[in-house]
Design a protein around this ligand. Sequence first.
Ligand SMILES: [Zn+2]
Length: 73
Amino acid sequence: MRKSKSGSDESQCDVADCKELSKRSISFKKVESALPNLKFKKTTKKVHLCKLHYKEFKKATKTERALNKLTWD
Ligand SMILES: [Zn+2]
């Protein structure tokens, strides 16, 4: 169930007060657990994130994984 990867989807970022175009849609549960303080305009199964908020999400999820990664370096 993949949509166009080129990002031609013109929906907006679902984060409250954010007017950027969405870059990715992520499972709301994942976003919520990674960024519990983030407020959304609406909460559906999947929320749209712009580039910036997706980056934040990735950073937040990375923090968890960083623990495992530390043993690597
Ligand atoms: Zn955003």
